[in-house]
Structures are given as C-alpha cells and as structure tokens.
Write a protein that binds this ligand. Structure first.
Ligand code: HSE
Length: 450
C-alpha cells in the first residue's frame, strides 16, 4: 500500500521531534498503521531557518515552502499537521485544510480552546478528522483515555497538573525556599518558561487544556471564556512553607467537576460544571502532590472505574511528537471509515452535547487556606472567628506564629471546611476592614481529592 502523505506546518521543537520519531520508528509505526506515513512537504514561515532545523533529519530534497496556505491545501496531501502555534494564522490554515478535505492533527491547545467548536463543526460537515492528543499534557494519552478508555463512565471530576512550567516553579520554591521571581528565572534559564511566561504562570495555558478536557469528559462545548483562571505569580515562599506545616502541598491545578446545585425539584437538582484553574492546597500524601518539576499528571474520577491517574512528560520535543504520531496512526487507520463510525471529536456525538452551565467561581464549593497578618493583641482572633462564624464558615485547622522579635505583628493561618466561595469573599471583605488587619488576606483553595 502506498504511504499516506502528510504535510507538516511548523518546524519548531515539536516539528523536529516529529521528524526524528517518524524516521527512527518508521518500521514499527508502519506495522501499527498498516501503511507508511511520510512527511511529503513542509510549510514554514522562514524556509532557511526551517531547512537548518530539519535538514539533518529530513534530507535536502524534502520541499519546504513559505506559502503555508498552498501547503495546507495541496491536493496530494491527506493529513496536515499544524505545529505552527499561535491562533489567527493557525485557525485560517486549519480551516483551509479542512475545507480542502484534509484530516488535521494539531498540538495547538489555544486554538482549540478558543475556536474548537468552529473547527470541529467544519470538520464534521466535511467528513474529516481533527486529532489533538498533543494539545493536552504533551505525551500523556489523556485524550485517548477520556474519549475512548473511559466511555462507560459518568466522569465525576478531573484534577490535573497540566502546566509543567508552573509545576517546576512550585517544586523549586518548595525545595529551596526560593521566591517566585527567582524560581521563574531558574525556569527561564533552563528553557522551560518562555521569555514571556505569562500564559504558563497566570494559568492561561492550563485553562486552555482544561477547557478541552472538560468538553470531552462532560460532553459540553469548549468554553474557555467561562473558565476561572488564577496563576501562581502571587504565591509566596511563606504560603508554601505554611502549607507544608499543615500537611499540604501547593499545586497549580486545573479542576473540572460535575456538581448538583440549587434546590431539588420534581426533576431532581440542577447540574453545573466547575471549570477552574488556580493554586490549590492538596494533602501531601496524594500521588498528585508528589508530581514534581516539569512533569504533568491528571487524575480522573469516573463513577464506574473510580480514580485513575495519568502521569508523564507534558512537553518536550519527542514526548509531544509521541502524541502527534499516535494521532497520525489513528487517522491513517480510520481515514477510510465512514465519518459516523469514527470516534466523535469531543467523545459525545455532536448532536448529543449538553448545555450544562459552567458555574461562576462565586458559586463553587471548596475549602480554603486563609493567611492574614494581624496586630498581635487581645480579641483579634475572636473578631476573625466571629466573622467566619457569621458567614457559616467552619474552621478546620489553625496555625499562629509567635511575632518575630521586635515586632507585634503575626501571621494567622486558617484552613476552613468546605463552603461556597461567595461567603468567603464576604468574610474577607469584613476581615480586611478590621483595624487590626495589617495586610490583605491571602486565600488559596484547598481540595482533598479523595
Ligand atoms: N508551556 C507548557 C507547559 C507546555 O509548561 O506545560 C506546552 O503546553
């Protein structure tokens, strides 16, 4: 059988890894796919740079072209691999490839989080596949697991460490007591964080990935714009240390959960979906708490299977290429199947997606770590606990430090039991208004993940 012809657009780190893995494992890949997979042409904005980057693997004869639209719509090509990144050009190229009847493989989580609904609808209408295993957690086959392996289950929740850069920074802050700024500088020096690390450290990258996971897990459209996103840039070494003292670790988690909300009526209780990325205290004994450095891990709780955990490299040339090649093999195996017999893009049939609403963060129920700096004088603690009691917020644990020598200010740290976020918002406003409150309240959400 003739090999399937693919066009690769983008020759950065992952593109280079893809060419290497395809070349090194071509025989095994062919035995799995049933036919060869060849990169027949490459699209790159800078042809000279691309030739330098991929020439040693691809050889001098592979055509490299800067007319990306022509590459994406080449009639001799069956699968377009989009690894160019960014949003505007990538969207245009992916839609052009779909319009020309190509299957698409992409690692672009931002593109799918923002335009996935449009892209999947276009692919559905044209009868082509869009595969995106590499878009979430690099080499970990979490899309495959959620979309196929767990189809028997009603997924109850997902909690994942899905940004390696921020996990590296948090591990480094914990290991060495470093400040956020110096841990970020270390991540940049090692090449983990981008020179503009905003998407990684402010939770945006994780929210892109979580939006994709939650759509597949719960059968809802992609809703990145409704995700609550908070990053790690405000965390202090003190918070990490206090969390340790209380038996917790702080991780940047993406959490999506199906919850019952409101009063029950004859149809039962209404259902909502939590979709949130934020620093989270988790018990130090949980496996997820021990995922260190740039590694990723995703915990999925299904009603039948119980908790399942997926761990591995969330980025890097060959780990991500591993996911891209897996998609290429899938597409190669399935491209002659009737479109209706393929796995739906979002696991659920397109006409069976539900409109379950995403809950605003104020309506989310969770527990909290609260840290406040107060004047160390009689009645301070009583004032704070009165405010929490007024809000129906129950305290689970408390830590107070002796004032540092020569000062009369002290840190009070409290862990609350589960409560609705808006009650904590209201209590924080009142606590910060106390004359004895010397700083804003630091609030970090706590998840047991039991
Ligand atoms: N920047 C991402 C991370 C990797 O740090 O995990 C690509 O998604």
């Amino acid at each position: 059988m003739t090999p399937i012809r693919i066009a690769l657009i983008g020759t950065g780190t992952v593109g280079g890894g893809l060419l290497r893995v395809l070349a090194r494992n071509q025989e095994e890949i062919m035995r799995r796919a049933g036919r060869g997979i060849v990169v027949a042409r490459i699209g790159a904005r800078d042809v000279v740079k691309a030739r330098r980057a991929v020439g040693p693997v691809s050889g001098p004869d592979l055509p490299i072209d800067d007319d990306l639209h022509a590459v994406a719509t080449d009639p001799s090509i069956e699968i377009v691999v989009e690894l160019i990144g960014g949003i505007v050009d990538a969207r245009r190229l992916v839609l052009a490839a779909i319009g020309a009847g190509k299957h698409v493989v992409t690692a672009n989580k931002a593109l799918l989080a923002l335009h996935g609904n449009e892209i999947f609808a276009a692919a559905q209408a044209r009868g082509v596949m869009v595969a995106f295993e590499a878009a979430v957690a690099g080499g970990i086959p979490i899309i495959k697991a959620l979309r196929e392996g767990l189809t028997a289950n009603r997924v109850e929740w997902i909690a994942g460490i899905i940004n390696g850069t921020s996990n590296f920074i948090l591990s480094s802050m914990r290991d060495s007591g470093a400040s956020f700024a110096s841990a970020l500088a270390e991540a940049q020096a090692l090449g983990y964080a981008e020179s503009d690390p905003t998407f990684d450290i402010e939770g945006t990258d994780a929210a892109h990935k979580l939006s994709i996971l939650s759509a597949i897990a719960f059968g809802i459209p992609m809703q990145f714009e409704r995700a609550y996103t908070e990053g790690i840039s405000q965390l202090t070494a003190d918070d990490i240390r206090y969390a340790e003292e209380l038996g917790y670790r702080i991780k940047l988690l993406g959490i999506s959960r199906r919850v019952e909300v409101g009063e029950s009526n004859e149809e039962g209780r209404a259902v909502g979906i939590e979709l949130r990325v934020h620093p989270t205290l988790i018990p130090a004994r949980r496996l997820l708490a021990n995922v260190e450095g740039v590694m990723n891990a995703i915990l999925v709780k299904g009603d039948a299977v119980g908790p399942t955990l997926y761990y591995g490299a969330g980025a890097g040339a060959e780990p991500t290429a591993s996911a891209v090649v897996a998609d290429l093999v899938d597409v190669t195996r399935l491209h002659t199947a009737d479109p209706e017999h393929r796995v739906p893009h979002l696991a659920f049939q397109p006409d069976a997606l539900s409109s379950t609403p995403i809950l605003p963060i104020a309506e989310v129920r969770t527990a909290y770590y609260l840290r406040l700096r107060v004047a160390d004088q009689p009645g301070v603690l009583a004032d704070i606990t009165r405010i929490l009691a007024d809000g129906g917020i129950s305290i689970g644990a408390m830590l107070q430090k002796e004032p540092e020598a020569g000062t009369s200010a002290t840190d009070i740290i409290m862990l609350t039991h589960g409560t609705i976020e808006k009650r904590v918002d209201a209590a924080i406003v009142r606590i910060e208004a106390l004359a004895t409150a010397l700083s804003a309240v630091t609030r970090i959400r706590v998840e047991d993940l039991a």
